[in-house]
Design a protein around this ligand. Sequence first.
Ligand code: DAH
Length: 340
Amino acid sequence: MQNKIKEIEEQIALAVKEVKSSRNLQEIKMRFLGKTGVISSLMKNLRDVAPEERPSMGKLLNALRQWSEEKFDAIEERLKDAELKKKIAEEKIDVTMPGKVRENGSYHPNTLIRNELVSVFAGMGFEIFEGPEIENDYYNFTALNTPADHPARDMQDTFYISDKFLLRTQTSAGQIRVMENKKPPIKILSPGKVYRSDDDATHSPMFSQMEGLVVDRGITLCDLKGMLDEFARKIFGESVKTRLRPSYFPFTEPSVEVDVSCFECGGKGCRLCKGTGWIEVLGAGMVNRHVLEGCNVDPDIYSGFAFGMGIERIAMLKYGINNMKLLFEGDTRFLKQFRG
Ligand code: DAH
């Protein structure tokens, strides 16, 4: 027994010498002093020692236990101290380090233009209506005076989902939804995404449009022209003028294409207006009476005008962006330039 005690003492001294962390020390401590540890089991073995030797062995064992407890405590204190120092050193803050810059986000140019358009038209009393992007063939075409065999369907390369459903090719579909649900006077603005199978520097399979519709008694082409002048001045600059050119859309009669005088050169002719002094910005016209009839709006009492523009196109013109892809790639080097 005495030898065993000696041996354990040496084992503890050795183990303690190699201890690496306070956690490791805890493990060693449990191994010797724990309930089922080496010293405890030796205590139990005391029963088998000859009775006359028992008191002195007991004494030795107690001394061993006390000695090892003190040793462990002392080492623990030393380790904890070292660990704390290390932690403090590691967590030291270098106040001379440059700060982490958290960059602010910015509105996408499309959103900027959309908000600007909405605020210009809201100022004229327009309300917002947002229709669904997955549209019924009827709303996107048929009700807009473009029945199944109409050649104007070929003006737009359509993504069909089924015979009946498609991704809307124009926000004009919203005109019908509004007229079916609301009696004149109607004055709505309908922004949203549209889809066409088209892809080059000025076309994207998904883009955004802004539609406008006004229906009331006595609405004329003059009202359209007056409103467009106001819109052009607010968006492109006070000195900008508009002109209407005859065009064709199935849902308007007459139909016009609207140009604004070039805000870059003032109409003299430059690269932006391709030397013409004018830039095409939108399509418009007086709502075709077939469209009104289809929505149960009496064309002998009411008339209206409609217009539709591409938001990306307006953004590209206004900010001098030459490739539409830049508006869809989300490159922060591009987007940063629009930080207000
Ligand atoms: N929907 C037409 C297009 O996408 C644009 C348009 C033209 C809308 C004339 C109108 C309009 O409301 O009156 O090409």
